[in-house]
Design a protein around this ligand. Structure first.
Ligand code: SAM
Ligand code: DTB
Ligand code: SF4
Length: 362
């Protein structure tokens, strides 16, 4: 569909058409899922007058999702700190001087207790994150028990454990894992400036392994790391041109932590903080280019005004992290979120666990 009701007109590629003619049909306002977006088209969306961009994103959102419904996920760090990777934003990197104490992998019982609490608080998905470059084979049995246990509670499961081999992906798929989170983080060009211990291609390879094993893909990134608009264009472009769009696209605003390269940069140059309107634009462009995906308003909500969050929901964000904590840093918290949902008339979405492949095969 398009805004003038002309359902047959395909999205057009010309950046100039999009940028110059605001009065006519919205060239990209289709239900059609495209994987052939060009950087020029995406840049032209970013360049739209803000109202036009948000209107177009909201229209696409309503054509593809139930307006006003927001999916709630809760995070737990199952293995904190001491990570060998050098991601410039991350306080869990052993290269950072954030003072975070490295811990061992939590035991299965502790993880399941946290999941039960998250369920009681209304969360439909439980996301378990580990500060690893990749899981070791000896970690897999405990990881599998965690997935199975959380699933048995009727929650959707998500894990983010670093790079995965195809074999490990298959093991997680068999255990019934619903989603695997693995972010591309930024444009391919900016990625190299933020992380040197693994490549953008390494990230894509894991995404391929996850996709190939039938697990839903959750992949997004961080804005506000000092990247340019062009990098944000490249970031969305990389996701929107994957052979299949990620089912879930987390857009994080950098949580600046002292002792990390980027946290210190932001503390020393406050003007580098991402502008709220530019953040909403990123959400809107993600929504337009990946119409069927869930777009998650992820880290950074704690320091975001209610109005900015409301604009993000209007622009197509339909998923958030709940609770007082993300992995290691603070989050908005359940009370603040309940108040915000009541004010905006938003309601939580129900859980829909992926068909357990083992059950399906029986
Ligand atoms: N170690 C695994 C990995 O990197 O894939 C999983 C955990 S890692 C903490 C998951 C994601 O959290 C990162 O890819 C990054 O996008 C996000 N993240 C980490 N630190 C952040 C920060 N300070 N602000 C915003 N997002 C952050
Ligand atoms: C994602 O994109 N954001 C979440 C989740 N995936 C794992 C993590 C945000 C982490 C923020 C910093 C912290 O709390 O450690
Ligand atoms: Fe390690 Fe993940 Fe943090 Fe990078 S983002 S340092 S891989 S925990």
């Amino acid at each position: 569909m398009s805004l003038d009701g002309n359902s047959s007109s395909p999205p057009q590629g010309g950046a100039q058409t999009i940028a110059q003619d605001h009065s006519g049909p919205c060239p990209a306002a289709g239900n059609e899922v495209r994987n052939d977006w060009t950087r020029e088209e995406i840049a032209a969306l970013f360049d739209l007058p803000f109202d036009d961009l948000v209107f177009q994103a909201a229209t696409i959102h309503r054509a593809n999702h139930k307006a006003g419904q927001v999916q709630l996920s809760t995070l737990l760090s199952i293995k904190t700190g001491g990570c060998p990777e050098d991601c410039g934003y991350c306080n869990q990197s052993a290269h950072a001087e954030s003072g975070l104490k490295a811990e061992k992998l939590l035991d299965v019982r502790t993880v399941l207790q946290s999941a039960a609490q998250a369920k009681d608080a209304g969360s439909s998905r439980f996301c378990m994150g580990a500060a690893w470059r990749n899981p070791k084979d000896r970690d897999m049995p405990a990881i599998i028990e965690m997935v199975q246990g959380v699933r048995q509670m009727g929650m959707e499961t998500c894990m983010t454990l670093g790079m995965l081999t195809r074999e490990q992906s298959e093991m997680l798929a068999e255990a019934g894992l619903d989603y695997y989170n693995h972010n591309i983080d930024s444009s391919p060009e900016y990625y190299e400036k933020v992380i040197t211990t693994r490549t953008f291609e390494d990230r894509l390879e894991t995404l391929e392994n996850v996709r190939g094993s039938g697990i839903n893909v959750c992949s997004g990134g961080i804005v506000g790391m000092g990247e340019t608009r062009e990098d944000r264009v490249g970031f969305v472009h990389a996701l929107a041109t994957l052979p299949r769009h990620p089912e879930s696209v987390p857009v994080n605003a950098l949580v600046p932590v002292r002792g990390t390269v980027l946290g210190d940069m932001l503390a020393d140059t406050p003007l580098a903080k991402i502008d709220d309107i530019e953040f909403v634009r990123t959400i809107a462009v993600a929504r337009i280019t990946m119409p069927a995906s869930m777009v998650r308003l992820s880290a950074g909500r704690e320091s975001m005004s209610e109005s900015t969050q409301a604009l993000c929901f209007l622009a197509g964000a339909n998923s958030i992290f709940t609770g007082d904590k993300l992995l290691t840093t603070g989050n908005a918290g359940d009370d603040a979120d309940q108040a915000l949902f009541a004010k905006l008339g938003l309601v939580p979405m129900a859980a829909e666990p992926r068909e357990n492949q083992l059950e399906a095969a029986e």
